[in-house]
Design a protein around this ligand. Structure first.
Ligand code: NDP
Length: 280
């Protein structure tokens, strides 16, 4: 039987540690505050924003919610970001993606002060990660490193294959695994012989955005499998990019969906907010 990596329990452990840090910061007169901006009312985004607010309340972080109408202009949004950049009591700024099509997401991300870029999407944060300097790291891949470490899974020296090369998951994931001394391969939609490449992995991280694409043919016996995907079926059931029932019997450890990577993303967002406040 594989080790089921319990993201819910590990994320709660992290949030409880953060709660103590927030209390200690408060005792020194430092409060932690996250501003969350949502433009429009995409239902999935509203669920994510709601979960972030709940996590803030749990950890003791003050959250400011800006719910802007769909027709907000880019200039109006940039003006709000600039205003929040200038407000001392705001430690973190998060703009919920995706934004409506008439707004240039890159321009908005670039406008966030890198010292408040708790999502880790600003080019300065990404550049710092690339050259191993301090900076905010994208929450999902940072959470996966925590899942591995806190589950006692060694990364150094092991073959790590990341399937997916998005800016928010695949690329930072590969850089973090490299930083932990893994031997890293990044696969994507143009990769030839994907099954053979994936089967090299001691640690396989899957972020392809295709429900249940990864079956046992992609997995070496004894591998650790981390499933980043989240999909909701017509019957309202959640599944990942990995066909869990097919793959699990072959693995040494695996993350379930739900309850694996998902809860870690928010825990690491809370961590970045606390780091931002502590650094000030
Ligand atoms: P993107 O769609 O941005 O990226 C998908 C990547 O997978 C691309 O690099 C693409 O390659 C690659 N890919 C697509 N099809 C194939 C294929 N058939 N074979 C090999 N590679 C393929 O997705 P994200 O990285 O944003 O997200 C991935 C998944 O993770 C989604 O299901 C998303 O919902 C989920 N997610 C979950 C989070 C969580 O908190 N648990 C957070 C963020 C995302 P190419 O570059 O060549 O197009």
């Amino acid at each position: 039987m594989p080790q089921i990596i319990d993201g819910k329990a590990i994320s709660t452990q992290i949030k409880d540690e953060l709660k103590s840090r927030v209390e200690a910061l408060k005792a020194q007169g430092v409060s932690v505050c996250l501003a969350v901006i949502q433009v429009g009312s995409d239902p999935a985004s509203s669920v994510y924003v709601g979960n972030k607010k709940k996590a803030c309340a749990y950890v003791g972080i003050k959250s400011l919610a800006y719910e802007l109408p769909e027709e907000t202009t880019q200039e109006e949004l940039l003006a709000l970001v600039r205003e929040l950049n200038g407000r001392k009591e705001v430690n973190g700024i998060l703009v919920q993606l995706p934004l409506p099509a008439h707004i240039d997401e890159d321009a908005v991300i670039r406008a966030i002060d890198p010292a408040k870029d708790v999502d880790g999407f600003h080019p300065q944060s990404v550049g710092a990660l690339c050259i191993g300097q301090p900076g905010f790291v994208s929450c999902t891949p940072a959470g996966i490193i925590q899942l591995l470490k806190r589950s006692g899974i060694e990364i150094a020296g092991r073959e790590c294959v990341v399937i997916g090369r998005s800016n928010i998951v695949g690329k930072p994931m590969a850089l973090l695994l490299l930083q932990e001394n893994g031997t890293v391969t990044v696969a994507h939609s143009k990769t030839r012989h994907l099954k053979e490449v994936a089967r090299r992995a001691d640690i396989l991280v899957v972020a392809v955005g295709k429900p249940k694409m990864i079956t046992r043919e992609y997995v070496k016996e004894g591998a650790v499998v981390i499933d980043v995907g989240i999909h909701r079926s017509a019957e309202n059931k959640l599944c990942g990019d990995v066909d869990y029932d097919d793959v699990a019997p072959l693995c040494s450890a695996i993350t379930p969906v739900p309850g694996g990577v998902g809860p870690m993303t928010i825990a690491m967002l809370m961590n970045n907010c606390v780091e931002a406040a502590a650094a000030r």
